[in-house]
Design a protein around this ligand. Structure first.
Ligand code: MCN
Ligand code: FES
Length: 871
């Protein structure tokens, strides 16, 4: 130990610390300055950035002894407070710069260092600065962050007023469609929004820290697990294995389709007989410190019989391949598409036929905050698990039988969450925390390292898709044939659903009257397939949009003209035979056409030696909902000071706090509330079941349920003369104060496994994409220099939110196309090597053109947005 004095936020602090401890750990653990977020611990993400003598330093990279009393350390807690924010903090709020907010403190510190030395940076200088300092954001697509820095710089130069940056709520007016900021924004920009790792630090001292014993191979039989040596290690309280699990020791995938050949119970909580993939959890060490738990985990001996690993769909479909789950074929689910006439005779008659086979890679989510959580028995004896779950009620049903706990004795709560992009549709850590808490009867916490986070969370399921398109000589599509498989890894959860998505979205957007298709879900030993923003659709559109380009070339047509000819118009149906909710693609293409013509001119004029200019066009669409008569619940209660809204609209970072506030405010406008009078109680399983925040469903479904509950309240408050009762009058007349609203997609039906036909979604989102790239002809390195998109997501509920969803989603699309992958288990183990885009990898020149066609089934005419840009 060493005595050190550090000057932190202008105050000398005397510390007694291990001199080798990282500055980030000292700030967080010794000083509770948890605004310094630690996400990668290797200097790749920048969330821990603090200022040392005005220079941005990644606090996770340096031992604390490196600093002396004379040096001035400034953290996010030192640049502004809730009632006296720095201009950068206000600008971040105004531009929706803090979506999940986990990167926010680091960016703000980095931006402060830049503006302290240069109050007039160019946009390119800002981007280069963030790039050089490795500030990464997975949510925003960076453009809003650069906008915020430019605004803050203008304030510092005296050209703008800090107070004018934020859009104010109009008196008695609507905040719908405005850029009103999130209720959570102040906490996010001041570093006081407590993510899971911060929550863990507020737990009682007897909390046990967990370390997993994980498989280092991808496929094996487990012959034995020896925990004896580990149990004797310092600080160890218990080593938990499958023997300690009180229930069925499995996470049920809640099989959606009866024709699935598995039973949905294929996923162990703690592996007993077999290892199915790298990282599988075999034991959990519970100890007094993280260090002790990890040291002991290394001492658990697992005796394995290693089996051949089937690391992709081709290998697992080999007739010689072993069944990964004995008794269930590796191709365990089949989905057909039968729409219209037989296609073979039409293909024979067609004037132009093209065929393409595409492979969409195993995209990692690269959320910046690693998976984490805690569990404890509350004062009522209820097992309470806090995590990043974005499907609380769903996860409750998926893990309760496996844990062996009565449903009413299990409560799930969502922690403030640093991005998920869908991976938290899988309740892995929740089950592990539950098992450990039940086995030790002590509070427990587990925070994955970034390595665990990347190697042991679900991924986008790679898909191999074959498409054959036939058209007449004018380019009118006559028929489509498809054949596909998805590599869903070893666990079946939602594998059938994502397989059916290929049938729903391959060729979507076009009026194709005759389709025959067939697809399979394949069990492999690579990472399990989990939900990912635009669940299943990039795989589908990659194939059908590539085929459309090939067809245009074959027919000598402009790719836009071919699309224009074939898009949905009156009488057209989707590949599932559903009537589109709105016909907006024609207008979207009309909006994009002038931009396309300009892009073609830029391409023609480009003359850089060794390089080429490329332009691309595609359409995309995605359904809002979880197939069939999906539903959501929400509640509202009148209080003496306003109202309280209750729901479980889980927040990945997309901003369900602001969305709830906006829907309540809009529906209760007759009451004249200001947004601050709307209290939010959200995201626990003892609140109304709003359904998972996946499938871009919440804005439609939860928005509708909120609207319904608020209308019920208004009806109860309305007097015969049309005015409204006060709270006191309601109480005096014994009229109930709380109303539970529910909304069901009553006209929807699930798609048939054989024909793929059905009406799965009440509302769709539509988008047209126009990227422009420069390609180095020698290296193939491709840079996106401009991206224009035309979007129709119905009525916009909050403009800054929707902008942020589009920019962020496009950035992930650029990543998927150019840099991101999770294939090589030796290489793809950190954010950088998985290809996370940094600011300069994403074009600053992104332009969004909006069309707001009202949706009859959407609240106030809105669709969703989250998944549209990544289609
Ligand atoms: N919205 C709006 N106006 C519209 C449509 C949507 O203002 N016309 C707003 C909504 O109120 C909400 C947001 O846009 O705040 C997204 O709405 P929606 O598309 O309904 O999506 P969900 O709320 O169901 O959120 C899930 C969706 C999905 S499926 C993934 S994955 C995803 C996403 O949204 N992951 C995200 N966005 C994300 N954003 C961040 N920052 N981090 C993630 O992990
Ligand atoms: Fe930047 Fe979520 S807001 S990572």
């Amino acid at each position: 130990m060493k005595r050190l004095t550090l000057n932190i936020n202008g105050v000398d602090r005397a510390l007694i610390v291990d001199p080798q401890k990282k500055l980030s750990d000292v700030l967080r653990e010794n000083l509770l300055l948890t605004g310094c977020k630690v996400c990668c611990d290797t200097g790749q993400c920048g969330t821990c950035t603090v200022l040392i003598d005005n220079k941005p330093i990644k606090a996770c990279m340096v031992p604390v002894e490196k600093y002396t009393a004379g040096q001035k350390i400034v953290t996010i807690e030192g640049i502004g407070t809730a009632d006296n924010l720095h201009p950068l903090q206000v600008a971040w709020m105004a531009h929706g710069g803090a979506q999940c907010g986990v990167c926010t403190p680091g960016f703000l510190m980095s931006a402060k260092a830049l503006l302290d030395k240069n109050q007039s940076p160019t946009r390119e200088e800002v981007r280069t600065w963030f790039n050089r300092n490795r500030n990464a954001c997975r949510c925003t697509g960076y453009q809003p962050l650069v906008n915020a820095v430019m605004d803050a710089a203008a304030v510092l130069r005296g050209e703008k007023k800090k107070e004018d940056l934020l859009e104010r709520a109009p008196q008695n007016g609507s905040i719908m469609g405005s850029r009103y900021h999130r209720p959570s924004a102040v906490a996010k920009v001041t570093g006081t929004w407590d993510f899971g790792a911060d929550v863990t630090m507020h737990m009682p001292p007897d909390t046990l820290h967990l370390a997993l014993v994980q498989a280092q191979v991808s496929h094996a039989n487990i012959r034995g697990i020896d925990t004896s040596e580990a149990e004797k290690m310092p600080g160890v309280v218990k080593v938990v294995t499958w023997k300690d699990v009180k229930g069925r020791n499995a996470i049920t995938g809640l099989i959606t389709f009866p024709t699935n050949k598995g039973d949905g119970w294929d996923r162990p909580i703690l592996n007993k007989d077999k290892v199915f993939q790298f990282g599988d959890a075999i034991a959990i060490v519970c100890a007094d410190t993280v260090e002790h738990a990890r040291a002991a985990a290394d001492k658990v001996k697992v005796d394995l019989e290693v089996l051949p690993a089937y690391m992709d769909g081709w290998a697992a479909q080999d007739p010689e391949a072993l069944e990964i789950h004995p008794g269930v074929p590796n191709a365990y689910y089949e989905q057909g598409v039968i729409k219209g006439e037989e296609t073979a005779p039409l293909m024979a008659k067609a004037d132009a036929v093209v065929e393409v086979e595409t492979y969409c890679s195993r995209q990692p989510h690269l959320h910046i905050e690693p998976d984490c959580g805690c569990a404890y028995f509350d004062d009522q004896g209820v097992l309470t698990i806090q995590s990043k779950s974005i499907g609380l009620h769903l996860h409750h049903a998926m893990i309760a039988p496996g844990l062996g706990i009565a449903p009413d004795k299990l409560l799930l709560i969502q922690n403030p969450t640093g991005g998920t992009f869908g991976y938290k549709f899988s309740p892995t850590i929740e089950a592990l925390l539950g098992v450990a808490c039940m086995a030790t009867e002590r509070p427990v916490s587990l925070v994955y390292t970034q390595f665990q986070n990347i190697t042991y969370t679900g991924k986008r399921s790679p898909a191999d898709v074959k498409v054959k398109l036939g058209a007449d000589k004018n380019g009118k599509l006559m028929a489509m044939e498809t054949d596909w498989w998805l590599d869903h890894g070893p666990y079946s959860e939602f594998g059938d659903l994502v397989t059916s998505r290929q049938g729903q979205f391959t060729g979507a957007g076009y009026d194709i009257k005759n389709i025959r298709g067939h697809g399979r879900t394949i069990c492999t030993n690579h990472a399990w397939g989990s939900a990912f923003r635009a669940f299943g659709s990039p795989q589908a559109f990659l194939a059908s949009e590539t085929a459309m380009d090939m067809l245009a070339e074959k027919l000598g047509m402009d790719p836009l003209d071919l699309r224009y000819l074939n898009i949905y118009r009156e009488g057209a149906t989707t590949p599932t035979g559903q009537k589109p909710d709105v016909l907006c693609l024609e207008q979207l293409l009309d909006m994009i056409r002038p931009k396309w013509e300009e892009a073609k001119k830029r391409k023609a004029a480009y003359a850089e030696p060794g390089k080429a200019y490329g332009i691309g066009l595609s359409i995309g669409m995605y359904g809002c909902g979880l197939d069939g008569p999906d539903s959501s619940e929400a509640a509202i209660e009148l209080t003496p000071t306003g109202v309280t809204a209750y729901n479980a609209w889980q927040d990945h970072g997309q901003g369900s706090d602001l969305s709830t506030q906006t829907f309540v405010h809009e529906t209760l406008r007759p009451l004249g509330l200001i947004p601050e009078q709307i209290k939010l109680v959200m995201n626990r399983t003892d609140l109304p079941n709003s359904g998972p925040a996946g499938g871009s469903r919440s804005n439609v479904f939860v928005g509708q349920a909120i609207r319904v509950s608020c209308e019920m309240l208004l009806n109860a408050m309305r007097k015969p003369d049309g005015s409204y009762r006060s709270y006191e009058e309601m109480v005096a007349e014994h009229i109930p104060l709380r109303y539970d609203g529910k909304w069901v997609a009553h006209d929807c039906t699930e798609c048939d496994p054989v024909t793929g036909q059905g009406n799965p979604f009440p509302v769709y989102m539509y988008e047209v994409f126009l990227p422009e790239v420069v390609v180095d002809l020698e290296t193939g390195k491709t840079t996106v220099v401009k991206f224009t998109t035309a979007v129709d997501v119905g009525t916009i509920i909050n403009r800054a939110t929707v902008d942020g969803q589009i920019y962020g989603g496009l950035a992930q699309g650029v990543g998927l196309a150019l840099t991101e992958d999770f294939d090589d288990l030796q290489k793809h183990t950190n954010l950088l090597d998985c290809g996370l885009p940094y600011p300069r990898d994403i074009p600053d020149n992104m332009e969004i053109l909006y069309l707001e066609t009202p949706r009859s089934e959407g609240p106030y005419g809105a669709a969703g947005v989250g998944e549209a840009p990544l289609t």
